[in-house]
Design a protein around this ligand. Structure first.
Ligand SMILES: Nc1ncnc2c1ncn2[C@@H]1O[C@H](COP(=O)(O)OP(=O)(O)OP(=O)(O)O)[C@@H](O)[C@H]1O
Length: 324
């Protein structure tokens, strides 16, 4: 059984001027110990999807479809069960660690908190576990007595990872975990995440707009555009031989891990991502697509088979696979 199964998941935000369909019909699975990367430009729905997984969305968000964590229906969970699942079974590392830490409490107390709150350790055992966790993320145990402002950005992000690991979750969701860091520190934190996944058998969902970072860390990649998955498959293949023109543009935008141009629009793509309240007809990507056909504005796109273990939502893929 998969650790996580998303079946036709959609998220719509209700705002004063109408409804924002931020995530549309996403179906994905994640096996135990596997790492899935979710890529896409700003606004493609990546963070909304991540937050939906642990029901962390604001009240104005309506979630549809099914999210199964170890066979348990997350959307139907009672509050008490959901609290236990967060941290103890699955935890999230957000970007910009400085905002996730309490500035007036010592690092060690903050790492110990989930252990104590979930009754997973008594204070003495929690102290030992904090020292162990700090070492695991490459920080000396005495750092537990520091305050967040005494640490660098990279060290703070390591602390956030230690917090996420505290209750030994089976799944970590990392939302742009290295975006706020400089290139060298970014590479160190990525290496740490890779080691944790490989050595501790933790499953990972990593979100980034940088396909090269995801390809480096993850086994599988899902590329999102305008709330939909437009390509999915083994990460090396999606990165090096993308079948969807949008994934190709994303891959070309980030040739090396940690490229500082990472906030720029994908190379070769004109225009901006569409406003979700006014999505283009047919394939949402057609107004920016360099290989669009006359039929694309009225095409009913879906994820078509694009080779072994791969799918892509592009008319060219459908045509090739039909012929092949
Ligand atoms: N609370 C909210 N209320 C209304 N709309 C929202 C809300 N949060 C996000 N959105 C909209 O949902 C869409 C998806 O946003 P989301 O933050 O999930 O994208 P993203 O791919 O994670 O982008 P980024 O990389 O910039 O974080 C965007 O159009 C965004 O404006």
């Amino acid at each position: 059984m998969s650790l996580l199964e998303l079946d036709d998941v959609s998220v719509t935000y209700r705002i004063a001027s109408g409804e924002v369909p931020a995530v549309r019909g996403v179906s994905l699975t994640l096996d135990s110990g596997a790492a899935l990367g979710v890529a896409g430009e700003s606004g493609s729905g990546k963070s909304t999807l991540a937050m939906a997984l642990l029901r962390l969305l604001p009240k104005d968000a309506r979630v549809g479809g099914r999210i199964l964590l170890d066979g348990d229906d997350v959307l139907a969970m009672k509050w008490g069960r959901l609290r236990a699942v967060r941290w103890a079974e699955a935890s999230i590392v957000f970007q910009g660690a400085q905002h996730g830490l309490n500035p007036v409490r010592r690092i060690g107390e903050q790492i110990a908190e989930p252990l104590l709150v979930h009754n997973l350790a008594k204070p003495d055992a929690a102290r030992k576990r904090v020292a162990e966790l700090l070492e695991q993320v490459g920080l000396p145990a005495w750092r537990g007595r520091s305050y967040p402002h005494e640490l660098s950005g990279g060290q703070r992000q390591r602390v956030m990872i230690a917090m996420a690991l505290a209750c030994s979750p089976r799944l970590i969701i990392a939302d742009e975990p290295t975006t706020a860091l400089d290139v060298m520190v970014q590479a160190q934190v990525l290496t740490l995440i890779k080691e944790l996944v490989a050595e501790q058998g933790i499953s990972l969902i990593m979100i980034s707009h940088d396909l090269s970072v995801l390809a480096d860390v993850c086994d599988q990649l899902a590329v999102m555009y305008a709330g939909r998955v437009v390509e999915h498959g083994p990460s090396g293949e999606v990165f090096h031989e993308a079948r969807h023109p949008y994934s190709r543009a994303l891959a070309a935008a980030f040739p090396t891990v940690g490229d500082p141009v990472s906030r720029m629009a994908p190379k070769g793509l004109g225009g901006d991502p569409p406003d979700p309240m006014h999505l283009p007809s047919g394939c949402s990507f057609h107004p920016r697509c360099p290989v669009a056909l006359d039929e694309c504005p009225s095409l009913d796109v879906e994820l078509w088979p694009a080779g072994p273990g791969r799918t892509a939502a592009c008319v060219h893929v459908r045509a090739t696979e039909e012929v092949g």
